[in-house]
Design a binder for this molecule. Sequence first.
Ligand code: ZN
Length: 348
Amino acid sequence: MKAVFITGHGGNEVVQVKERSLLARASGQVRVRMQAATLNQVDLYMRNSGAGITHRLPQIMGLDGAGIIEECDANDPLLRPGQAVVIHPGIACGRCEFCQRGDGVLCTRIQFLGEHCDGTFARTIQVPATQVFPKPEHLNWAEAAALGVNHLTAWRMLFTKARLQAWDTVLIFGIGGGVSLAALQLAQAIGARVIVTSREDSKLERARALGAAHGINSQSQDVAKEVLKLTDGRGVDVVFENVGEAVWSAALKSLVRGGRLVTCGATSGDHPSADLRRIFIRQLQIFGSTLGTLGEFHDLLGFVERMGIRPIIDSSYPLEEIHAALSRLESGAHFGKVALEMEGKTVK
Ligand SMILES: [Zn+2]
């Protein structure tokens, strides 16, 4: 069985495609013949350092994915061999107080595929049966794989945390990345007005073609000023961001009184000035969020199917070309997801 391993920490030289023998399937687990997976920023983080995440080397990379069930328990009530499924990457313990409350993504013992244990960049994986869900039929394999991290993360941020409504305006920073594009698609599907930012006009143009009402060039324009102009001096109801320090001040200044800011990342740094006076006087609400629960994934899949949402795929590479795929993600030039095709086909 071929898979992509991190064998150390550093650049692409520590990422190797190697063979590993198949392990016997334990009861309660499913064996999935993977068809596609997509790359996430955390894959680069695991390659570069993986600091703060307990893991062993070598470890198989990859969080999300989609494939076909090869083997499952004969008496499984829902699953059968041959079924097309998508993977939820967070394996919760089911026993701690957070799991008991139904918020498994806060689990104190949660294991993320590709972070704490072997991941999805492999021809075959084995995961607990709880982690697989029927694949939406209208999606190809790479599109389906993309739901497991990006769209799930955006779903929890927008709807569970920030409680986005159809009459709200939402500001999404850094359009082009997978999670911000997922947020654009989900917010637009419920009818919310979406303003996006990017340092590149071409990405703003593509976002407008996907339904964004306005694009702000964060390189050449003052984002908060433009937001106030676009909202008649009011500000937006929700800010969605994963950039961190570089945009924090503009993010807070763009919010309406009582507005909600939700963050899932800090790629530009994680210690911005807090601006506490603004937070309490204007009664702003700030939410942190990571991934989503099994229940949220279930709801997301139903929504995606009903609304006909298709994740944006930037490019696809065969498993063997993982270095080129990682470099594409690292370049920041991508618009949408960089995908891996496990059977060796290249789409674009
Ligand atoms: Zn737990």
